[in-house]
Write a protein of this length. Structure first.
Length: 115
């Protein structure tokens, strides 16, 4: 079991985290243990399709890890994967935007050179 506060791995029978001392009990039934961690999967897919394929694929890989790590109780790992997915999606978006801007500049320069 992973600690919801620090993410440290603990034995299943422990009631407190060996690293930080946080209670490992789930609390009352129906109470959320950890807020939902965004995966940014849609953003990763869109930036892969429309912006920059290589960086978008990296973003998809990290986004796909978020759900599995959350289900396993590795909240710190899920948050790290979520941050990485968002970062790589942003890198993909800005690389694609840079290519479009560069293409427009080159088109304008080419049109002016033809005149």
């Amino acid at each position: 079991m992973y600690c919801p506060k620090c993410g440290a791995a603990n034995d299943d029978g422990q009631t407190r985290c060996a690293n930080c001392g946080e209670s490992l009990s789930a609390g009352p039934p129906g109470a959320p243990v950890q807020p939902e961690i965004p995966s940014y999967l849609v953003w990763a897919i869109l930036t892969t399709l429309f912006c920059c394929l290589p960086f978008g694929i990296v973003s998809i890989i990290y986004a796909a890890q978020v759900g599995g790590k959350t289900a396993a109780g590795d909240y710190a790992g899920a948050e790290a994967a979520s941050r990485s997915a968002r970062t790589w999606a942003m890198v993909s978006f800005f690389c694609g935007l840079g290519v479009v801007v560069l293409w427009i500049i080159m088109a304008v320069i080419g049109a002016l050179a033809q005149s």
